[in-house]
Design a protein around this ligand. Structure first.
Ligand code: ADP
Ligand code: MG
Length: 251
């Protein structure tokens, strides 16, 4: 990967005037965002406003038409960039956890480091067991996905992503498909990570979480960031009528 002069006093993730279209449909119309190391940012906004598209751009799952996105100073859309090292750096968890059904929790967590990174199996297994503790699933090491609740599976998926030792974690509505009683345990896991200093960007409708954990909240609508701010001011002093209307519907 190209050398970067990035230092931790600069944004770890920086998006500048990002434009993204699918054919003639312009989905991102000049999105900018800076996320510092250790920050937790929540992105909220109506369905179809481009939230998933945007965070997929951060780890290179979507290309962009113009603007720039850097992670630790490295341009994500630089054709010379090694995609594997970007994927290692930027972990992503989706609404659908898609664990391998015929592998147990530990095996699911171990797969990518062993098969993709060719890391030592014993070391990876020790790390996987540590990660199971971190996501509060002790005792479920050998359980198969079918034997776990949705929330437990999602926590295995988070551990699987952490096994690549990312510097940034992206979460795209990871609790949206879960039963209400298991939402909390997944949010607790993410909160633990944020409190340990993991840089996190979450698309979420969990306003309680956003209020308590986020450093910054971004409100998106139809491909633009309408406004953003720390929770204390965002919830009290949202200025744009679109933000106010959205908040009035979900709070
Ligand atoms: P959100 O996550 O905020 O609900 P998305 O980023 O998923 O919004 O989608 C924004 C818009 O982009 C929607 O109109 C959606 O239909 C469109 N879109 C997303 N992905 C694709 C794709 N791969 N091809 C074409 N259109 C897409
Ligand atoms: Mg989405």
């Amino acid at each position: 990967m190209a050398e970067s002069n990035w230092t931790p006093d600069q944004p770890m993730v920086s998006a500048k005037d990002v434009h993204k279209s699918f054919g003639s449909l312009e989905v991102l119309k000049g999105v900018s965002m800076d996320v510092m190391k250790g920050e937790c940012v929540c992105v909220i906004g109506p369905s179809g406003s481009g939230k998933s598209t945007f965070i997929r751009c951060i780890n290179g799952l979507n290309d962009i038409q113009s603007g720039s996105i850097t992670v630790e100073g490295q341009e994500v859309n630089d054709p010379k960039l090694d995609k594997l090292s970007l994927r290692k750096k930027v972990g992503m968890v989706f609404q659908q956890y898609n664990l391998f059904p015929h592998k147990n929790a530990i095996e699911n967590i171990m797969m990518a480091p062993v098969l993709v990174l060719k890391e030592d199996k014993d070391e990876v297994e020790a790390r996987a067991r540590e990660l199971i503790r971190k996501v509060r699933l002790e005792g479920k090491e050998e359980a198969y996905p079918g034997e776990l609740s949705g929330g437990q599976q999602q926590r295995v998926a988070i551990a699987r992503s952490l096994a690549m030792r990312p510097d940034v974690m992206l979460f795209d509505e990871v609790t949206a498909a879960l039963d209400p009683e298991t939402v909390k345990e997944v949010l607790t896991t993410i909160r633990d990570l944020a409190e340990e200093g993991m840089t996190c960007i979450l698309v979420t409708h969990e306003m309680g979480f956003a209020r308590e954990v986020a450093n910054q909240i971004y409100f998106t609508d139809r491909g633009v960031i309408v406004e953003h701010g720390p929770p204390a001011t965002f919830f009290k002093e949202a200025k744009d009528p679109r933000t106010k209307e959205f908040l009035s519907q979900i709070l």
